[in-house]
Design a binder for this molecule. Structure first.
Ligand code: DQA
Length: 144
């Protein structure tokens, strides 16, 4: 089982970026957590981040035929990007929308998600641990 964990804009700054909201765990720490999980679970995890919407679209396209599922923390593009929504719909891979913070407890503009419309499910509010929760959920979904 191969799972792509894809991260959008500003998530490269995790650890120093508004730690009161996003915590002190860096994206490198999160990648380590995901790779540790992959080893235990017997899965392959590919981990990527980009600040560029088009690069994220390209990464989703590249996943087709290579990956079994996508975990996407699209950052602020979650709330704006029809292009990312269309990309997920186009590759016909199961996708889980992920956020560190509970977006529904925050500003109104974070309540809408284009990704949610094409995702099999959503995980938000559990900080860095959410990545492991999402991987578990994807593995269970793929082996159902
Ligand atoms: C986020 C939530 C988004 O609203 C925000 O723009 C981010 C991070 C999260 O992981 O909590 O960049 O996706």
């Amino acid at each position: 089982t191969a799972i792509l964990v894809l991260n959008g804009p500003n998530l490269n700054l995790l650890g120093t970026r508004q730690p009161e909201v996003y915590g002190y765990t860096t994206l490198a720490d999160i990648e380590t957590m995901c790779q540790d999980w992959a080893e235990t679970a017997g899965c392959t995890v590919s981990f990527a981040q980009s600040n560029h919407e088009g690069a994220l679209v390209d990464a989703i396209h590249a996943a087709k035929g290579q990956q079994d599922g996508i975990i996407l923390n699209a950052g602020a593009y979650t709330h704006t990007s029809i292009a990312l929504m269309d990309a997920i719909a186009s590759v016909e891979l199961p996708a889980i929308e992920l956020h560190l913070s509970n977006v529904h407890a925050r500003e109104e503009f974070r309540h809408n998600s284009y990704i949610a419309k094409v995702a099999i499910g959503l995980i938000c509010g559990f900080g860095a641990h959410g990545y492991v929760l999402a991987l578990e959920a994807m593995k269970a979904h793929l082996s159902r």
